[in-house]
Design a protein around this ligand. Sequence first.
Ligand code: UDP
Length: 237
Amino acid sequence: MDKKEQLYEGKAKKVYATESPDLCIVSYKDDATAFNGLKHGTIVGKGVVNNKMTNYLMKKLSAEAGVPTHFVEELSDRDTLVKKVKIVPLEVIIRNIAAGSFSKRFGVKEGTPLKCATLEYCLKDDALGDPMINDLQILACGFATKEELDTISSMAFRVNDYLKDFFAGVNIDLVDFKLEFGKSADGEIVLADEISPDTCRFWDKTTHEKLDKDRFRRDLGGVEEAYDEMMKRVLGE
Ligand code: UDP
């Protein structure tokens, strides 16, 4: 399947049409941004890591946790064939350990284990700075229906249950992560976007070293090395 016209260019990926109206090609870039686009940079090799890790995890989530995804076929190191979906305009954030904006907003020290996993939604809208939004506000604005939200939240917790165990197996604490969901042509809600060090916080269980995009956001150095290390732990390469 070949790339036709570019449909969209985001901060970290480009999306192309294909000869099939139901399929797109996602192409992962090395560009990195943070703080709603205020900080820009390049993380060499990131596109390859994020593409391969996302596909590997989506295949496992589908086969072993019964989570439907947009994944169809990995075409190359950076390119993947996916189902064409309409993205639900929500960032779905699941947390197991306090960090980042949660720690800041609620005054809970970074690293504090949460008594139960939490879920929060942010509206995907760069101009508004992706504001936090609750269930009733989502329904009131029509960003998703009650049925869609029920499906999205239960799938998100299922993803968390599976991934927490998976990452524990490679000595990683899955601190928090962001998911996006899409609606396929036949109305099915599927997991879309990516699962990678760009969208998850990964801490080594033993050393608590950060192995994710916080190394870029917080200028900690060793950014490429952290992405490579995660690739090695997840894919063994
Ligand atoms: N996240 C993301 N994209 C965003 C915002 C957050 O992938 O636009 C991920 C982030 O990598 C982290 C989790 O969601 O794993 C929670 O992020 P948080 O709300 O703490 O925001 P941050 O501190 O990164 O601004």
